[in-house]
Design a protein around this ligand. Structure first.
Ligand code: NAP
Length: 237
């Protein structure tokens, strides 16, 4: 049994990753913290693929809930740290609580899940972890400093964990998406989103499925670790 756990699977990129991994032959578990309706829909779509499917109501910032989720998982081979939140605002308008909230989901959540996954992957003899960072973690976004910093931290975490875990046959990689059409960007108008992507070589938003394909590629690429795979229409060339 090969199980993949995707955090933040109730919509957007996480849901697409769940479905792509199911179609690639994995049983899929996923978690979410609030979006019950979205989680039901992901479960329904997963069941249509015929793969095993297991939803967890689990906030990745809750240490004991994360432990409980991992204790209920069988056959873990892949962890995708996808759960994330964003917030726009000037530095001087960002409260310390908001800064910490962004880090707690985007960075601490990935650490807490990875810490629980490693012993299971060691028992299995190996596996892989894919972290979902962001173009802003690579290049920085004005008015999104907390988000950018939390996603940059995830890249550092990926590289360090890749070195630490490679001798145990556990690969750790990152996918760094550009502007992807999900609810996360619903705060921007259509014009703002078009303005962002029009200077890119591939001048359109990406689809969640295009990020999911990169996750499956990394899951299957046994000689790639510590890598940051950009899925951004060439935005950083
Ligand atoms: P989204 O549509 O807002 O989905 C976010 C997912 O994360 C939801 O399933 C949400 O479910 C879950 N989540 C949020 N907080 C959580 C928590 N504390 N515990 C567990 N689950 C939690 O966002 P998305 O665009 O798909 O983004 C997915 C990932 O890609 C994020 O890490 C994001 O930073 C990254 N990314 C997105 C873009 C983009 O343009 N969309 C670009 C670069 C990187 P609940 O609401 O139920 O908790």
């Amino acid at each position: 049994m090969s199980t993949a756990l995707v955090t933040g699977g109730s919509r957007g990129i996480g849901r697409a990753v769940c479905l792509a991994l199911a179609r690639a032959g994995y049983d899929v578990a996923f978690c979410y913290s609030k979006d019950e309706g979205g989680a039901r829909e992901t479960l329904r779509l997963l069941e249509e693929t015929g793969a095993g499917a297991q939803p967890f109501l689990c906030d990745v910032t809750d240490e004991s809930a994360v432990k409980e989720m991992f204790s209920a998982l069988l056959g873990l081979e892949i962890l995708v740290n996808n759960a994330g939140i964003s917030r726009s605002g000037l530095i001087q308008d960002t409260s310390f609580a908001e800064w910490k909230k962004i880090f707690s989901v985007n960075t601490d959540g990935a650490f807490l899940c990875t810490r629980q996954a490693v012993p299971a992957l060691l028992r299995r003899g190996g596996g892989c972890i894919v972290n979902i960072s962001s173009i802003w973690g690579e290049t920085g976004a004005a008015c999104e400093t907390a988000y950018s910093a939390s996603k940059a931290a995830l890249i550092g975490f990926t590289k360090a964990a890749a070195k630490e875990l490679a001798p145990s046959n556990i690969r750790v990689n990152c996918v760094s998406p550009g502007m992807i059409a999900t609810d996360m960007n619903a705060v921007y108008t259509k014009e703002e989103r078009e303005g962002f992507v029009k200077a890119q070589p591939v001048a359109r938003e990406g689809a969640p499925e295009e990020v999911a394909a990169a996750v499956v590629f990394l899951a299957k690429s046994r000689y790639i670790t510590g890598e940051v795979l950009r899925v951004n229409g060439g935005a950083l060339i």
